[in-house]
Design a protein around this ligand. Structure first.
Ligand SMILES: [Fe+2]
Length: 272
């Protein structure tokens, strides 16, 4: 009995006080299914910072610095920059600029960043605050739009989508024409992995997502019952889908200051 209580207390301390701040760097090799880069491209994939009372600015800055220590070629940020409101805009700009000063940075919004989904929870009525934050930080927003970049001469098409839960995912506007055999690699930034269902008819190679927080609580014998997605094959990690790849990161921040068996993640994708 006493042993059980001790184990329960230990799990609570871990879940509430240790894991939410226990950053983990994941290095993931990604081999694109359709095309090859002449040399590996290092993509720093960051998501779900959730700046708030639960996730201090200093923790987000530390996560960015950990990512920068890997010398990425490109940074992709896949939404939920804050939980409801930006706690301190100047501090956030300074942290984001650390990223954009070092390499190209692209972002798509998440359901918490503004718009219809977050209004009932006290969030911004639209994405204006996010766009201002990212513009001031020299981070390029891809909101149902695309841009072709070159990394050491290799072209990559980046496509960024509006959020799925906010009903702002508009692939017809986002995707450029073409794609497929012989075309440059096409990488999609979409907050929610369930967005894929709207992208079946489009050509793309790799989709970067967050949203799930890896389930946030990964419970023994039970798994991740709180992961907020329909297709539970994409709660976390690199997964194949219809001949394409989807990487879902556990993200940096959290909701309610809780994580269990599911540490916050800075993901460095070595893409070939
Ligand atoms: Fe999130």
């Amino acid at each position: 009995m006493a042993l059980g209580a001790l184990a329960g207390a230990g799990a609570f301390v871990d879940m509430r006080f240790l894991e939410p701040s226990g950053l983990k760097l994941s290095r993931v090799d990604v081999r694109l299914p359709r095309t090859r880069f002449p040399e590996p491209v290092r993509i720093l994939h960051l998501s779900d910072m959730h700046a708030s009372d639960d996730v201090p600015d200093s923790f987000i800055r530390d996560a960015f610095e950990l990512g920068l220590s890997c010398k990425p070629d490109l940074v992709c940020l896949t939404g939920d920059f804050y939980t409801q409101r930006i706690p301190d805009r100047d501090i956030y700009v300074a942290s984001l600029k650390r990223l954009s000063d070092r390499c190209p940075c692209y972002a798509c919004p998440g359901n918490h960043d503004g718009g219809s989904w977050v209004i009932p929870y006290g969030g911004y009525p639209n994405l204006g605050e996010l766009f201002d934050l990212l513009r001031a930080s020299d981070v390029t927003v891809l909101h149902n739009s695309s841009e072709t970049i070159r990394i050491r001469g290799t072209p990559i098409e980046l496509v960024g989508l509006g959020d799925f839960w906010a009903r702002e995912t508009k692939p017809l506007a986002a995707f450029p024409s073409g794609g497929g055999d012989g075309a440059p690699a096409r990488i999609v930034l979409a907050h929610n992995p369930d967005s894929k269902e709207l992208l079946r008819a489009h050509a793309w190679d790799l989709m970067l997502c967050g949203h799930t927080h890896g389930g946030q609580l990964d419970l023994p014998l039970i798994g991740t019952p709180f992961a907020p997605i329909a297709d539970r094959r994409h709660v976390y990690g690199l997964n194949e889908w219809n001949g394409r790849l989807i990487y879902t990161t556990r993200g940096i921040g959290n909701l309610f200051s809780l994580r269990f068996n599911c540490r916050p993640e800075v993901a460095l994708l070595n893409v070939t």
